[in-house]
Write a protein that binds this ligand. Structure first.
Ligand code: UDP
Length: 312
């Protein structure tokens, strides 16, 4: 058991990570500027004697007193809606924020764990995507603020590993969903579930034939912790191999929520990847991990959460 600093700890993924670490006996220092994270996500932890919350912007400063065993850098707005709304902040947390996280890990002789993304593969020409694929990213498009920030983050993480012999982990997270996503997050799972619960039209971008492979948050957290606890330095995909079209996702959401919402077709955003699915060979062989939660089950759990939060 150790002391873990989690940047973005009040976010969707970060708050679930805090829960699991506290459960297994670690001390948690949760750092968040609450731009996309929410204090309510960790409200149930604030009185715990092994949990500490620090509100600050990790793009500007990251000092933590006392010993630290791991720095998990999860902070970053991650929804395409945010790419238009706060592009500079996204570039800053991926660059300055990652640099400060690495410096903290170096000073404390801690492991540095980077939450990277399947977006480093861009609109992929190789399918499914293994970690060895270098990607197809538009460096100046609207998604580049996230994609290139994460590519930079991976590069500086490996530079610290090579230059300072820092112990590092890099996880490439594929479309993760579950309770505590913001209802107005803008991503497809939260949008469709909230729209279906409210009886509003499901906003389908394009013809819905583009694919994604959706990973339930509990599986994502388990995979990331298996990686943290391993000694594997190269990037590892963590996600779910079951691939669905966005149209199929809409059908599943309608079925799970018993909704009579129609589908409304809207223009496809620029550079929207046409397909995405992780190759999980490395995760299976190195970590002995694999995802367990089927999409229908995960949607049901997430829908129950949103119904409660929104009082629908
Ligand atoms: N999408 C959609 N309707 C929405 C939100 C998203 O059809 O209300 C589509 C989007 O164009 C993309 C897919 O769903 O093809 C996944 O989008 P999301 O924003 O969840 O994640 P990402 O594009 O980053 O994989």
């Amino acid at each position: 058991m150790g002391r873990v600093v989690i940047t973005g700890g009040a976010g969707f993924l970060g708050s679930h990570m805090c829960d699991r670490l506290i459960e297994r006996g670690d001390d948690v220092v949760c750092v968040d500027n609450l731009v996309t994270g929410r204090a309510s996500n960790v409200a149930h932890l604030v009185d715990h004697d092994r949990f500490e919350f620090i509100q600050l912007d990790v793009s500007e400063e990251l000092e933590v007193d006392g010993p630290v065993d791991a720095v998990m850098h999860l902070a970053s707005p991650a929804s395409p809606v945010d790419f238009d709304r706060i592009p500079i902040e996204i570039l800053q947390v991926g660059s300055y924020g990652t640099h400060l996280g690495l410096e903290l890990a170096r000073k404390k002789q801690a492991v540095f764990h980077l939450n990277s993304t399947s977006e480093v593969y861009g609109d992929p020409h190789v399918h499914p995507q293994p970690e060895t694929y270098w990607g197809n990213v538009n460096p100046i498009g609207p998604r580049s603020v996230y994609d290139e920030a994460k590519r930079f983050a991976e590069a500086i993480t490996m530079a610290y590993h090579r230059t300072h012999d820092l112990d590092v982990r890099i996880v490439r997270t594929f479309n993760t969903y579950g309770p505590r996503m913001r209802p107005d997050d803008g991503r497809v799972v939260s949008n469709f579930i909230v729209q279906a619960l409210r009886g509003e039209p499901l906003t389908m971008y394009g013809d819905g034939s583009q694919t994604r492979s959706f990973c339930y948050v509990d599986d994502q957290v388990a995979g990331q912790l298996a990686l943290l606890d391993s000694d594997h330095v190269d990037p590892v995909n963590i996600g779910n191999e079951n691939e669905f079209t966005v149209a199929e996702l809409a059908e599943k959401v309608i079925a799970a929520t018993n909704s009579s919402s129609p589908v409304e077709f809207l223009p496809l955003p620029k550079d929207d990847p046409t397909q995405r699915k992780p190759d999980l060979t490395v995760a299976r062989s190195v970590l002995g991990w694999e995802p367990m939660v089927e999409l229908a089950e995960g949607i049901e759990k997430t829908a129950r959460h949103f119904a409660e939060e929104l009082n629908i």
